[in-house]
Design a protein around this ligand. Structure first.
Ligand code: PLP
Length: 425
């Protein structure tokens, strides 16, 4: 079909009426479908069930560095868990802090620590009232929520297919000492699914921020979450930063939330010795230690990095067809119409769709009326405000495949309806 913008009004009206009929027919079904949040589906959770048998009452709960993992102690985790996460991150275990059940929680704590303690001889951030944080957009709403909570002014940076626009990042960061950090999801970014190019990683590693206490929040949530035969490769930022003596710039995070169980997995952080020393000043007061039985359980279940990667192949078998269905439907229903563009990621949890400017809210509300819940329009921008009202995040992992199929059909109908409404206005 030709681009909608090239069609005359009558043809567009006919198309609108046809689409409206299909839309009303779906609406009459009283559906309740959800493509809103990036949650694993129950099949994905099931493949990790055996981890619950990895520890039994007969287990020896000792670890070489811990006489009894059921008891208090080991603030930064047991050695075997540090080694496992070190291998996932590609850093030495001495640079790993293994925490609780959530990497987002560790990010929150890291910002809280910088707020209260300060770094590199600078005042704590809470004593620097006009503090700012860079937010590549579209991005992860919960990141923006953390920096909003801590009173940062959030400055958006456009995402490109290679990562955040580094010309903008370098300029802002080198000129403005009130900019204290940047959020990054470097692999299979939330929501665009893109992976930062080698050049982007090198430019991050070589940053020369005006603020001595500037930090990169390198949230590698999807570090090993490939879904097809052509996975993206991400350069190791710590290796690159070492070339410039810049290791203190980076806090890296990941977790097993989307490997085993969200909320019942293990999270970890990789950081320089200086940064670990800094965060431990806070963690020391905050806890006596995290859940070492869960660390032990994960190590016993996976054994090593190869064990984790084999497990991710099972995740992939469930996710690949879902992502393919989403992108195939977008291609089949929308390509050539000039009403949307979308990403086609090799991993992660999301597909990002840009509809015509001013149409995202309308699409989300049309979908809702027809029983399809999407992430709120604007959620991928700080303060929930997408200036172009065009980005929509699709999360294909959670609904059953037959529901996803219907939900995508409805989504495409709504994108087309909203586009015609805009063009004919
Ligand atoms: N970081 C990103 C980019 C995410 O997309 C998510 C969850 O969707 C999280 C962090 C949350 O991770 P966790 O469960 O380890 O807190």
């Amino acid at each position: 079909m030709a681009a909608y913008s090239s069609m005359d009004k009558n043809t567009l009206n006919e198309e609108y009426n046809k689409l409206s009929q299909a839309y009303e027919a779906y609406k009459a079904q009283g559906l309740s479908l959800n493509m809103a949040r990036g949650k694993p589906c129950s099949q994905q959770l099931d493949i990790s069930n055996d981890i619950l048998n990895a520890l039994t009452p007969e287990t020896d709960f000792k670890a070489p560095d811990c006489p009894d993992c059921r008891n208090y102690g080991n603030l930064d985790g047991i050695d075997a868990a540090k080694k496992l996460f070190g291998d996932i991150f590609g850093v030495d275990k001495k640079n790993v802090f293994v925490g609780g059940n959530s990497s987002l929680n560790m990010m929150f704590d890291t910002i809280a620590c910088m707020m209260e303690l300060g770094a590199n001889g600078e005042n704590p951030w809470n004593q620097q009232p006009d503090r700012k944080f860079l937010c590549p957009v579209p991005g992860y709403d919960r990141h923006f929520g953390v920096t909003e909570y801590f009173g940062f002014e959030m400055i958006t940076v456009p995402m490109t297919p290679d990562g955040p626009d580094m010309d903008v990042v370098e300029k802002l960061v080198s000129e403005d000492a009130s900019i204290k950090g940047i959020w990054c999801v470097p692999k299979y970014s939330n929501p665009t699914g893109i992976t930062f190019s080698d050049e982007t990683v090198r430019r991050f590693a070589a940053l020369k921020p005006a603020a001595k206490d500037f930090r990169i929040m390198w949230d590698n949530a999807y570090i090993i979450h490939d879904i097809n035969d052509t996975p993206d490769k991400l350069l190791n930022i710590f290796d690159e930063a070492a070339k410039y003596g810049n290791e203190d710039l980076i806090f890296e995070f990941c977790s097993t939330s989307k490997i085993t169980f969200p909320g019942a997995g293990v999270a970890a952080m990789a950081a320089s010795e200086n940064n670990l020393k800094l965060v431990k000043r806070r963690y020391n007061f905050q806890t006596i230690g995290y859940d070492k039985t869960n660390m032990l359980r994960h190590v016993a279940y996976f054994k090593d990095l190869d064990g984790v990667l084999d497990h991710m192949q099972k995740q992939r078998a469930i996710l690949e067809p879902r992502f393919k269905m989403v992108t195939d439907t977008l291609e089949k229903e929308l390509s050539g119409l000039d009403v949307a563009c979308w990403t086609n990621p090799n991993g992660g949890y999301f597909v990002s769709v840009d509809v015509l400017e001013g149409c995202a809210k309308r699409v989300v509300s049309l979908c809702k009326e027809a029983g399809v819940v999407l992430t709120g329009a604007g959620a991928t921008y700080p303060y929930g405000k997408d200036p172009k009202d065009s980005n929509i995040r699709i999360a294909p992992t959670y609904p059953p495949v037959n529901e996803l199929e219907k939900a995508m059909d409805i989504f495409c109908i709504c994108v087309k309806l909203a586009a015609i409404e805009k063009i004919c206005k």
